[in-house]
Design a binder for this molecule. Structure first.
Ligand code: ATP
Ligand code: MG
Length: 254
């Protein structure tokens, strides 16, 4: 594969007089996890909302497989293979795994009858492929663990055509065991080789455990980027702190 699946060039996003993103570049390759890191207010959510068709860029260009694209709506972005799993996961805890999996995209037969058996099988099999075996897809999502819910939302995005899977802080609200479950799911998706993953996190250790490539945002600008090999451990720590050295931070405390 000679080009990234998704490329962002010189992306600018202004809200009125406020510049949330100023000239952001990003390349996302299939079979890779690209960690997007940065402090609160760095512009991570603004960037992914622009990639997902929620916001329109003020300037700059998005490319899919080398071709310039414009997403006027989230539907446009989804049709181009952008699958975004937001923090709230968009799941209904009272409904079953299967109903959540197909929400709004149900398989129907004659007279609009739901093909429940077929949908149960698809939901079960798609989740099994990325690492969890739900014995009863008829169970309510509210009975699943936080990690399993994340896996359900990821399996759903992949089933419905995501080529770029955008995960907004997938591990932030979970305990450690479940965090590791979710990281394993992400690794499994990466190993398929055909899906590019953007992994938004505040967690340095999680990013080091699974990311192949890193982009650091601070106040709307890219302050560092590179592959795991290019970025030594200390670099990652400094960039996580918005580019500050520990001496700078100590100065701020003094
Ligand atoms: N719709 C909007 N209108 C005006 N300003 C906005 C809007 N959305 C975001 N911003 C501003 O843009 C900046 C970047 O916000 P954004 O939510 O993208 O940061 P973030 O990196 O996702 O932060 P967090 O880690 O807290 O989620 C912030 O200063 C925010 O107040
Ligand atoms: Mg955010």
């Amino acid at each position: 594969m000679a080009q990234p699946y998704l490329r962002v060039e010189k992306l600018v996003k202004r809200f009125g007089p406020f510049t949330a993103l100023s000239g952001v570049d990003l390349d996302v390759w299939p079979g890779e996890v690209h960690a997007l890191l940065g402090d609160n207010g760095a512009g991570k959510s603004t960037l992914i909302k622009t990639l997902s068709g929620v916001h329109q860029p003020t300037e700059g260009q998005i490319y899919i497989e080398g071709k310039p694209v414009t997403f006027r709506t989230p539907r446009d972005a989804a049709a181009a293979g952008i699958g975004t799993v937001y923090q709230d996961l968009a799941l209904n805890p009272l409904m079953s795994v299967t109903r959540n999996f197909f929400m709004g995209r149900e398989l129907k037969g004659m007279f609009g009858m739901l093909k429940m058996d077929e949908m149960d099988k698809v939901a079960h099999d798609e989740m099994l492929k990325i690492g969890i075996d739900i014995s009863d897809p008829g169970q309510a999502v509210g009975t699943m663990s936080g990690g399993q819910r994340q896996t359900l939302a990821i399996a759903r995005a992949i089933h419905f055509g995501a080529k770029v899977l955008i995960l907004d802080e997938p591990t932030s609200a979970l305990g450690q065991k479940q965090q590791m479950e979710v990281l394993r799911t992400i690794k499994t998706v990466r190993e398929r080789g055909d899906i590019a993953i953007i992994f938004i996190t505040h967690n340095e250790i999680h990013s080091k455990l699974i990311a192949d490539r890193f982009t650091f945002l601070s106040l709307g600008e890219v302050i560092g980027a590179g592959t795991k090999e290019e970025l030594a451990g200390d670099d990652i720590r400094r960039l996580m702190a918005g580019g500050a050295e520990i001496e700078d931070l100590a100065q701020m405390l003094a």
